[in-house]
Design a protein around this ligand. Structure first.
Ligand code: 3HC
Length: 318
């Protein structure tokens, strides 16, 4: 038995013993690589996710709604920075990760490539998108990589506020005028299926899941989380008096879950290939923001270098 194999077996036994893997621990290269892939793309999703909502900050219907939306968008920025830092504990380079996003090499969540034509979409994003993200992220609180699981604990607390403020927006609209209720229904029609796609392809078509489950990076499969989200969200839609746009949605007593219609996976793969409704404008916005921030990065680096030089000088003078 090679030494490397022994190490891998010991690593697997360590993870199977419900121990957290920390940055300084030995880990298989593939474990490190798949975590950098997942955590960096999670961070990209948080940062790109600010765009569809930000375009309603100046048009929020009241100061109260504006303040809540501002807080949410700021939270998402913080989640992104938190997650880039978690990826850096795996020796990922921040500049490389950002370059991979801006070049189109790295993915971000498909959900953020859909337009937000009305204020109700901001409610649907909070309720459904953050709701789906919570289902996934609560599971990730128990992921085997220590820094990632700890980052999730903080992020989940803030996501719960995001989900509630979104649901309350739709509750207000659904209990409002007929036109407002229709607006809420239209947003549910737009966001229901793309929210189910957030959980990733079906388990049989997911190339990463089996290994991620073995290493306890994932504790539940894509389909399990999707089903959990559906089961929890259907009663919430009923309370709103809105209809989920799936004629095949039906409670299955035997399964103890809702059966649902088939997801348009062609749409999913088209969107993650870059052919969604908003991929181009999202990437354009990110590239412009990055270019506009060049002077800030230069100034911050110059200041850091000056500080380091001063410390070195003081050190040699002492
Ligand atoms: N959008 C874009 N790409 C997706 C995707 C989606 N919704 N679902 C899956 N993919 C990609 C995967 O990244 C993978 O491609 P890659 O190998 O090039 O990275 C491929 O499709 C196959 O999918 P797998 O299921 O095999 O991949 P994973 O095992 O990584 O599972 C995942 C996919 C469940 C999204 C997992 O990566 C994950 O849990 N990521 C962390 C959570 C996350 O990123 N959530 C995104 C939303 S964040 C958010 O909503 C912010 C909130 O504040 C609103």
């Amino acid at each position: 038995m090679t030494k490397e194999m022994n190490l891998e077996e010991r690593f697997q036994a360590y993870v199977d013993g419900e121990n957290k893997v920390e940055p300084k621990d030995w880990m298989p290269d593939k474990y490190r690589k798949t975590l950098i892939r997942q955590i960096s793309q999670h961070a990209h999703s948080e940062v790109v996710g600010m765009l569809p909502e930000a375009n309603w900050i100046t048009r929020a219907p009241s100061l109260r709604r504006k303040v809540a939306l501002l807080a949410k968008v700021q939270d998402e920025a913080g989640h992104g920075l938190y997650l880039y830092s978690a990826a850096e504990t795996l020796a990922a380079d921040r500049k490389d990760m950002i370059d991979d996003l801006l070049s189109g090499k790295a993915k971000y969540s498909s959900i953020f490539n859909y337009p937000t034509p009305t204020w109700a979409d901001i409610g649907a994003i909070g309720w459904l998108v953050d709701g789906a993200a919570i289902a996934n992220q609560v599971m990730l609180c128990r992921t085997s990589y220590g820094p990632y699981s700890r980052a999730m604990v903080k992020i989940c607390k803030e996501e719960s506020f995001h989900q509630r403020q979104g649901y309350e927006i739709l509750l207000t609209l659904a209990k409002g005028t007929d036109a407002q209720k229709q607006m809420a229904q239209d947003s549910l029609n737009r966001w229901w299926w793309p929210s189910l796609m957030m959980f990733g392809p079906t388990d049989d078509l997911s190339p990463n899941s089996a290994q991620s489950m073995k290493w306890k990076i994932k504790r539940k499969s894509n389909d399990e989380l999707r089903q959990e989200f559906i089961d929890k969200t259907v009663p919430q839609a009923e309370y709103l008096g809105l209809t989920i746009p799936d004629p095949d949605l039906k409670w299955n007593e035997e399964r103890g879950h809702y059966d649902h219609g088939s997801i348009d996976w062609d749409e999913f793969y088209q969107v993650i290939k870059g052919n969604g409704k908003c991929n181009k404008i999202r990437m354009k916005a990110r590239r412009e923001a990055h270019a506009n921030g060049e002077w800030v990065r230069k100034a911050a680096n110059a200041y850091a270098e000056k500080q380091a030089a001063r410390k070195a000088q003081e050190g040699s003078a002492a």
